[in-house]
Write a protein that binds this ligand. Structure first.
Ligand code: G16
Length: 553
């Protein structure tokens, strides 16, 4: 069936600037006439290889407005000469599964529909981002180009293709344009089976029948993936996978796997004595790992995974090419890198910064404090990958210690490397001018060079700056990536404004303190003096009126 293409006049919408990972706004903003069309047209016009004859992967976390957005993408893709769209059934593709598909099918790129961990539903958030042919989020050069186009757009090209039923698997052809609806889960499961020794994990579960596992998918996209892997492949009981039906509004919850928003999981794990509990976010790229009496801080998680990777995960049996973390993430992984004799890279917040290093063969395992962990198997962080990594580590450690649990793994790690106590305080939805006052105060502090060498509440300032990154592969420079105050004992205070919120400003305060021996303290006790100092220097309470953060991790 052929179709007609119309050039539809439109006008510019302000504020279509992609943040840390795509454009995230309230659903009602995306629902405005031509708003989504403008942004999709800007993406199509910014594709480095050109939209003409492109193959694009499309899917997302199934949140409210996904179906509408996909129909718009279908019409505009055909209108712009794209030759093929590969779409996850019912529009469902976890972000890692999308990244995998782009790579596996050698697609030109992908359009992923998610606002990640932000709540969904008619009154909450929607999001759109573009991923490149390597499967990774578009770098700043491309997102800047997309933004520029949105500021100049006067029309978009749309084809009169009828609504496509996204629930029907198979291929539909419209003239030169094809839409292929595929199973959302199959290819991802194949990839995981290539990376991990499923048989070894199965044997571990058999040898420890009392070892209890639960994955809370928080009604995000991970449900069908997690259920397939844990229950169908690894033989765990069906109640090992909870909240596993993706819902357009995530059941009214906030699909962010941290101790605050994943409280249902935390309660179940403590009440029913689960050895291993995990949660993932709306689009399945974030993870949290806990157990009864155990919490794996994400900065520690990536360090431990890196330390065990070669021995516990078949994909890494040849060794690691390099490690990396985002700047605010603790230096725990740096210590592992030193021990392994591999390079460790410090990049700005945002998974997109890892891609170049991976493509250049310099990076195997990386992570962020924001519950993101992953490797060069794809170009996105990967929640289930982290969960399978930890299960593989437990299975491996179980060979020598048949009662091993999460705390044993963590304590052994701290014993060897010391502990980088780390915590993040989030102040969400602060009025922008108040947040700016905090950041201005901090900027004044770092610009006053006389502060270096001065001692504040027992901490001597060694360095104070706004983090700037030069990509070692393409030499692109990213400035203003977070204010750092680094002390002589290697403790750090970091402030950033989040780039993923959709309302007001979110101030993130990160603190880190290293202890070579004294690793058994509760984190908040270990870092409380640094938090007090950070609040004093930034005058955060004075400017924002917030006495407590919204979330502590
Ligand atoms: C995105 C990025 C991550 C980043 C996180 C937090 O994650 O992919 O790399 O660490 O945002 O960013 P911010 O501190 O600017 O809010 P996600 O899971 O939201 O796509």
């Amino acid at each position: 069936m052929a179709y007609n293409i119309t050039e539809v006049p439109t006008t510019v919408f302000d504020g279509q600037k992609p943040g840390t990972s795509g454009l995230r706004k309230r659903v009602k903003v995306f629902q405005q006439k031509n708003y989504t069309e403008n942004f999709v047209q800007a993406i199509l016009s910014a594709i480095p290889e050109g939209a003409q004859n492109a193959t694009l992967v499309v899917g997302g976390d199934g949140r409210y407005f996904s179906d509408e957005a996909i129909q718009i993408i279908i019409r505009l893709a055909a209108g712009n000469g794209v030759s093929k769209l590969i779409i996850g059934q019912k529009g469902i593709l976890s972000t890692p599964a999308g990244s995998n598909l782009i790579r596996k099918r050698k697609a030109t790129g992908g359009i992923l529909l998610t606002a990640s961990h932000n709540p969904g539903g008619p009154d909450n958030d929607f999001g759109i981002k573009y991923n490149m042919s390597n499967g990774g989020p578009a770098p700043e050069g491309i997102t800047d180009k997309i933004y520029k186009i949105t500021t100049q757009i006067s029309s978009y090209k749309s084809a009169d293709i009828p609504r496509v039923d996204l629930s029907q698997l198979g291929t539909k052809t419209f003239g030169n344009f094809t839409v292929e609806i595929i199973d959302s889960v199959d290819d991802y499961v194949i990839l995981m089976k290539e990376i991990y020794d499923f048989e070894k994990i199965r044997k571990f579960f058999k040898s420890r029948p009392s070892f209890k596992v639960v994955l809370d998918s928080m009604h995000g996209v991970t449900g069908p993936y997690g259920k397939r892997i844990l229950v169908d492949e690894l033989g765990l009981p069906t109640n090992s996978s909870i909240n596993n039906v993706p819902l357009a509004d995530f059941g009214g919850g906030h699909p962010d796997p941290n101790l605050t928003y994943a409280h249902e999981l935390v309660e179940i794990v403590e009440r029913d004595s689960y050895d291993f509990g995990a949660a993932s976010d709306g689009d399945g790229d974030r993870n949290m790992i806990i157990g009864k009496g155990a919490f794996v801080n994400p900065s520690d998680s990536v360090a431990v995974i890196a330390a065990y990777a070669k021995d516990a995960i078949p994909y890494f049996k040849g060794g690691l090419k390099g490690l990396a973390r985002s700047m605010p993430t603790s230096g725990a992984i740096d210590r592992v890198a030193k021990n392994l004799g591999v390079e460790v890279y410090e990049v700005p917040t945002g998974w997109k910064f890892f891609g170049n290093l991976m493509d250049a063969g310099k990076l195997s395992v990386c992570g962020e404090e924001s519950f993101g962990t992953g490797s060069d198997h794809i170009r996105e962080k990967d929640g289930l990958w982290a969960i399978l990594s930890w299960l593989s580590i437990l299975a491996h450690a179980n060979d020598s210690n048949p009662n091993v649990g999460l705390n044993d793994i963590l304590n052994k790690h701290y014993e060897q490397y010391g502990r980088n106590y780390f915590s993040r305080y989030d102040y969400e939805e602060v009025e922008s001018d108040k947040a700016n006052k905090v950041m201005d105060t901090l900027t004044t502090f770092i610009n006053d060079k006389s502060n270096v060498g001065k001692t504040f509440d027992g901490y001597e300032v060694a360095k104070a700056d706004n983090f700037e990154y030069t990509d070692p592969i393409d030499n692109s420079v990213s400035k203003n990536q977070g204010i750092r105050i680094i002390f002589k004992d290697s403790s750090r205070i970091i402030f950033r404004l989040s780039g993923t919120g959709s309302q007001g400003a979110t101030i993130r305060l990160y603190v880190e303190k290293y202890a070579a021996k004294d690793y058994q303290k509760p984190t908040q006790e270990a870092i409380q003096d640094l938090i007090a100092l950070a609040l004093k220097i930034s005058k955060l309470v004075e400017f924002t009126g917030r006495k407590e953060p919204t979330v502590i991790t």
